[in-house]
Design a protein around this ligand. Sequence first.
Ligand SMILES: [Zn+2]
Length: 164
Amino acid sequence: MSSLEDERFMREAMRVATERSADPSVSPIGCVIVKDGQIIATERNRVEDDHDPTAHAEITAIRAAGAKLQDPELRGAVLYSTLQPCGMCTMASIWSKVGRVVFGAGREDVHRMYFEDRHIDTMQFIEDAYRHDLTIEGGVLRAECAALYYGPHDHPPLEEQGNL
Ligand SMILES: [Zn+2]
């Protein structure tokens, strides 16, 4: 897949990320899942809307894609996320059998409030997975995606830091 295609799908993920609000305090994260060049799921972070701490964009998109395909395995699909997936979403991506994960901003580009722990890292999870048919890459529209979130050196109010 060309990088122009990656950028097109990442822009769609950015669009859905900010559908409710573009405020960095609401974690505007978007996810698009593509199979055979077609978008099969477009979801955003719904934690606050659904009162569900597991309703991250990637989780809701994986669920929507499975429902659409009527198949719990998304083999051959590509998952795009505006932000490097957290530990939960990385594991869900591995279990979903997507073939490729593409993210925009990386962990180091944003404030630590968007991640659950200090060290566990998407890249290591995927490296350690039993699957050999899964690849991951970051940095697609990195700066534009990073601009959606608090930066690494910002000081968001403690009550906005959902990981504490
Ligand atoms: Zn997540």
